[in-house]
Ligand binder design. Structure first.
Ligand code: FES
Length: 127
Protein backbone atom coordinates (compact mmCIF):
# COMPACT_ATOMS: atom_id res chain seq x y z
CA UNK A 1 0.00 0.00 0.00
CA UNK A 2 1.42 3.36 -1.06
CA UNK A 3 0.88 6.01 1.61
CA UNK A 4 1.35 9.70 0.98
CA UNK A 5 1.38 11.76 4.19
CA UNK A 6 1.30 15.40 5.19
CA UNK A 7 1.75 16.99 8.60
CA UNK A 8 -1.18 19.18 9.68
CA UNK A 9 1.35 21.68 11.04
CA UNK A 10 2.61 22.21 7.50
CA UNK A 11 -0.99 22.74 6.34
CA UNK A 12 -1.42 25.50 8.93
CA UNK A 13 2.04 27.00 8.41
CA UNK A 14 1.42 27.38 4.68
CA UNK A 15 -2.10 28.74 5.07
CA UNK A 16 -3.61 25.75 3.25
CA UNK A 17 -7.08 24.32 3.91
CA UNK A 18 -7.86 20.67 4.73
CA UNK A 19 -10.79 20.63 2.29
CA UNK A 20 -8.67 21.89 -0.61
CA UNK A 21 -8.69 19.41 -3.54
CA UNK A 22 -5.22 20.65 -4.44
CA UNK A 23 -3.79 20.11 -0.95
CA UNK A 24 -1.43 17.24 -1.77
CA UNK A 25 -0.46 18.81 -5.09
CA UNK A 26 0.56 21.96 -3.22
CA UNK A 27 2.44 19.89 -0.64
CA UNK A 28 4.36 18.04 -3.38
CA UNK A 29 5.55 21.32 -4.86
CA UNK A 30 6.37 23.05 -1.58
CA UNK A 31 9.72 21.39 -0.92
CA UNK A 32 8.72 20.33 2.59
CA UNK A 33 11.06 18.36 4.88
CA UNK A 34 10.68 14.58 4.81
CA UNK A 35 8.99 14.46 8.21
CA UNK A 36 6.30 16.87 6.97
CA UNK A 37 5.50 15.42 3.58
CA UNK A 38 6.42 12.26 1.71
CA UNK A 39 5.43 8.67 1.09
CA UNK A 40 6.16 5.15 2.25
CA UNK A 41 4.85 1.63 1.81
CA UNK A 42 2.68 -0.21 4.34
CA UNK A 43 2.29 -3.97 4.21
CA UNK A 44 -1.37 -5.05 4.05
CA UNK A 45 -2.66 -5.63 7.59
CA UNK A 46 -0.02 -3.45 9.25
CA UNK A 47 -0.98 -0.45 11.33
CA UNK A 48 -0.30 2.94 9.84
CA UNK A 49 1.30 4.37 13.00
CA UNK A 50 3.73 1.46 13.31
CA UNK A 51 4.61 1.66 9.63
CA UNK A 52 5.38 5.38 10.02
CA UNK A 53 7.55 4.60 13.04
CA UNK A 54 9.42 1.95 11.09
CA UNK A 55 10.32 4.72 8.64
CA UNK A 56 11.79 6.63 11.59
CA UNK A 57 8.92 9.10 11.88
CA UNK A 58 7.67 10.44 15.14
CA UNK A 59 3.90 10.71 14.71
CA UNK A 60 1.81 11.61 17.78
CA UNK A 61 0.24 8.84 19.86
CA UNK A 62 -0.62 8.00 23.43
CA UNK A 63 -2.65 4.87 24.24
CA UNK A 64 -1.94 2.87 21.04
CA UNK A 65 -5.28 1.12 21.51
CA UNK A 66 -8.11 3.28 20.16
CA UNK A 67 -8.91 4.98 23.47
CA UNK A 68 -7.76 8.53 22.70
CA UNK A 69 -7.36 10.67 19.62
CA UNK A 70 -3.70 11.59 19.83
CA UNK A 71 -2.85 9.46 16.78
CA UNK A 72 -5.75 10.73 14.65
CA UNK A 73 -5.27 11.24 10.92
CA UNK A 74 -7.54 12.70 8.28
CA UNK A 75 -7.96 10.33 5.35
CA UNK A 76 -8.01 12.48 2.20
CA UNK A 77 -8.00 9.63 -0.33
CA UNK A 78 -8.26 5.85 0.00
CA UNK A 79 -9.45 4.11 3.16
CA UNK A 80 -8.18 2.97 6.53
CA UNK A 81 -10.08 0.40 8.54
CA UNK A 82 -9.95 0.47 12.33
CA UNK A 83 -9.59 -3.00 13.80
CA UNK A 84 -10.86 -2.45 17.35
CA UNK A 85 -13.53 -0.38 19.05
CA UNK A 86 -12.52 3.22 19.46
CA UNK A 87 -13.52 6.59 20.85
CA UNK A 88 -14.38 8.31 17.56
CA UNK A 89 -17.96 9.38 16.94
CA UNK A 90 -19.68 8.35 13.72
CA UNK A 91 -19.64 12.01 12.78
CA UNK A 92 -15.83 12.23 13.01
CA UNK A 93 -15.42 9.00 11.05
CA UNK A 94 -17.78 10.37 8.39
CA UNK A 95 -15.46 13.39 8.11
CA UNK A 96 -12.57 11.04 7.33
CA UNK A 97 -10.97 10.95 10.77
CA UNK A 98 -9.35 7.63 11.66
CA UNK A 99 -6.92 6.42 14.33
CA UNK A 100 -3.51 5.50 12.95
CA UNK A 101 -2.57 3.19 15.87
CA UNK A 102 -5.40 0.78 15.04
CA UNK A 103 -5.89 1.71 11.39
CA UNK A 104 -4.77 -0.51 8.58
CA UNK A 105 -4.98 0.61 4.94
CA UNK A 106 -7.56 -1.23 2.83
CA UNK A 107 -6.90 0.51 -0.48
CA UNK A 108 -3.81 0.38 -2.71
CA UNK A 109 -3.22 4.08 -2.24
CA UNK A 110 -3.79 6.25 0.76
CA UNK A 111 -3.41 9.97 1.41
CA UNK A 112 -3.48 11.11 5.02
CA UNK A 113 -2.92 14.30 6.94
CA UNK A 114 -1.42 13.25 10.27
CA UNK A 115 -1.14 15.22 13.51
CA UNK A 116 -4.75 16.42 13.37
CA UNK A 117 -5.36 15.76 17.09
CA UNK A 118 -6.07 19.44 17.80
CA UNK A 119 -8.97 19.72 15.36
CA UNK A 120 -12.44 20.45 16.81
CA UNK A 121 -14.02 17.30 18.20
CA UNK A 122 -10.66 15.56 18.67
CA UNK A 123 -8.93 17.79 21.18
CA UNK A 124 -11.23 16.70 24.01
CA UNK A 125 -10.55 13.02 23.26
CA UNK A 126 -6.79 13.34 23.75
CA UNK A 127 -5.08 11.57 26.64
FE1 FES B 1 -4.73 6.51 21.39
FE2 FES B 1 -4.29 5.81 18.83
S1 FES B 1 -2.87 6.43 20.31
S2 FES B 1 -6.15 5.95 19.89
Amino acid sequence: VYVEYLDYEAVVANGWELGDDELFRKARRAGLAEESYGSFEVEPGDYLLEAAEEQGFDWPFSCRGGACANCAVLVVDGALEMTVDNVLSDELVAQGIQLSCIGTPVTDDLQVVYNVKDLPGLEELQL
